[in-house]
Design a protein around this ligand. Structure first.
Ligand SMILES: Nc1ncnc2c1ncn2[C@@H]1O[C@H](COP(=O)(O)OP(=O)(O)O)[C@@H](O)[C@H]1O
Ligand SMILES: O=C(O)C1=C[C@@H](OP(=O)(O)O)[C@@H](O)[C@H](O)C1
Length: 164
């Protein structure tokens, strides 16, 4: 079984995927990190040097060439990954897709804490993007309230997927 976390930048995908993978002896996969390694560029550099469309093509191919071979993985996706091409449907074939749903303010606060996110530079644009993305993420198999303390979010995912 694979678990695939989707949600806006700062919703906690990486943090929560890492914890669940450790607890359940599953493999942790961070699509942004692996794409950075494959391209030998940071996400910021890919956006600056090659443009967003190039990044979206890479993400699409990454699902088909890498994620579709995952087994027993917890996958933290990049925030836009499920919202381009047929990606959400392809992800749903690979595993259980869980939407970490937060409000915009929570995502903003958390996104400020860590890594450089090119699409969060302009708050007004990010807010508009957030509204559009909610429609996309809602097509996941499951939605959990991820505004809360991470332990509560993790418990809910475990109850749904492991029956704990
Ligand atoms: N439930 C949570 N409560 C408080 N802080 C969180 C929570 N989940 C994540 N964070 C913090 O928010 C920041 C962004 O989380 P991250 O997992 O990188 O989000 P994403 O991968 O969705 O962009 C990190 O510094 C992380 O420690
Ligand atoms: O929402 C997006 O389009 C993006 C989210 C980022 O991932 P995180 O959600 O891990 O920040 C990263 O893939 C890139 O900056 C684009």
């Amino acid at each position: 079984m694979n678990i695939i976390l989707v949600g806006f930048m700062g919703s906690g995908k990486t943090t929560i995927a890492r914890i669940i993978s450790k607890k359940h002896s599953m493999k942790f996969v961070d699509t942004d990190k692996l794409i950075e390694k494959q391209q030998n560029l940071t996400i910021g550099e890919i956006f600056d040097k090659k443009g967003e469309n190039y990044f979206r093509e890479i993400e699409k191919n990454f699902i088909l060439d890498y994620l579709s071979f995952c087994d027993n993985c917890v996958i933290a996706t990049g925030g836009g990954m499920p919202c381009f091409f047929n990606n959400m449907e392809n992800l749903k074939k690979i595993g259980w897709v869980v939407y970490l749903k937060t409000d915009f303010e929570t995502a903003k606060k958390r996104a400020m804490l860590s890594k450089n996110r090119p699409l969060f530079k302009d708050e007004k644009k990010a807010k508009n993007l957030f509204k559009r993305r909610v429609i996309c993420y809602s097509k996941a198999h499951f939605t959990v309230d991820a505004n809360r303390e991470k332990k509560l979010t993790i418990n809910e995912i475990e109850k749904m997927l492991f029956g704990e």
